[in-house]
Ligand binder design. Structure first.
Ligand code: HEC
Ligand code: HEC
Length: 221
């Protein structure tokens, strides 16, 4: 091959490679760009949930970082369909395509999860008991059996409870009870929430809000 022919071949390869990447970029939306800069009419998620997905308690925006991609995608789909009711998130979720929802869910899932911070023993005995052991007389397992030690979340489908605020946790438990939010895989959370009294909800919400967790330890999963 002459050197001119070699160059032509190299240029053709480069052009094909650029064309290929462009096609792939159109097919797969950029979750990080949506999260940090928004897309079309969709506001940047970071304005409310923080650039690290750490959440903003002052405006009721929960921590997203480290939750499973499947869990986050389901929530966005449920907001979009109106099965999970929230006046702020419903229009935002609806403004994204299903592929964009999946991409932005994967972005937040990839940010560091919390490491558990032990709650002070004795400070909230009812909350601590429900978290660890549940109430077997009612067939209620301890929250940490599904949500992980210290409530840091497990795998793709069980979200963290540590790092959420007490008002947010209580509102979600009430939403499960009142069918304002789908009961989750196998109806698990509907059954759990249905067995909690208002006093239980207050205690267990305060317990996980205090369990907190620390973000500096990187991913615990
Ligand atoms: C204007 C503020 C705001 C913006 C912007 C925003 N959110 Fe939210 N988001 C909220 C609030 C408030 C909630 C709590 C809803 C509730 O109480 O059910 C929430 C809840 C969520 C949840 C449910 C979390 C959980 O643990 O179940 C997900 C997922 C979510 N937002 C993703 C996003 C994504 C992705 C974007 C960007 C495309 C975004 N949000 C933009 C305010 C916002
Ligand atoms: C048998 C397993 C199981 C047990 C036990 C359980 N949960 Fe859950 N929980 C889930 C699943 C699964 C989800 C996700 C639901 C969904 O996909 O919407 C969830 C979601 C939640 C959420 C929503 C989190 C968010 O970010 O919006 C809260 C709050 C919650 N659980 C609190 C509790 C509390 C408090 C207890 C103990 C009293 C408990 N859970 C026990 C399985 C369980």
């Amino acid at each position: 091959m002459t050197s001119a022919a070699a160059w032509r071949a190299a240029i053709v390869c480069a052009v094909l490679a650029i064309g290929g990447t462009g096609g792939a970029a159109r097919a797969a939306p950029d979750g990080a760009a949506i999260a940090l800069h928004g897309a079309g009419g969709t506001p940047a998620c970071a304005t409310c949930h923080g650039a690290q997905g750490q959440g903003n308690p002052a405006i009721g925006a929960p921590r997203l970082a480290g939750d499973g991609a499947t869990y986050l995608r389901w929530q966005l789909n449920d907001f979009a369909s109106g099965h999970r009711v929230n006046p702020i998130m419903q229009p935002i979720a609806r403004s994204l395509s299903p592929a964009e929802r999946a991409a932005v869910a994967a972005f937040f899932a990839g940010l560091p999860a919390l490491t558990p911070r032990p709650a002070k023993p004795g400070a909230n005995p009812l909350g601590a008991r429900l978290a660890a052991r549940g109430r077997w007389a009612l067939g209620l397992p301890g929250c940490t059996q599904c949500h992980g030690p210290g409530g840091i979340g497990v795998g793709a489908s069980f979200p963290h409870l540590a790092g959420l605020t007490a008002p947010y946790i209580a509102a979600q438990l009430n939403a499960f009870r009142q069918h304002q939010r789908p009961a989750g895989p196998l109806g698990l959370m509907g059954r759990v929430a249905g067995k909690l009294s208002p006093a239980d909800i207050a205690a267990v919400s305060a317990y996980f809000a205090a369990a907190g967790g620390s973000a500096d330890g990187g991913s615990a999963r």
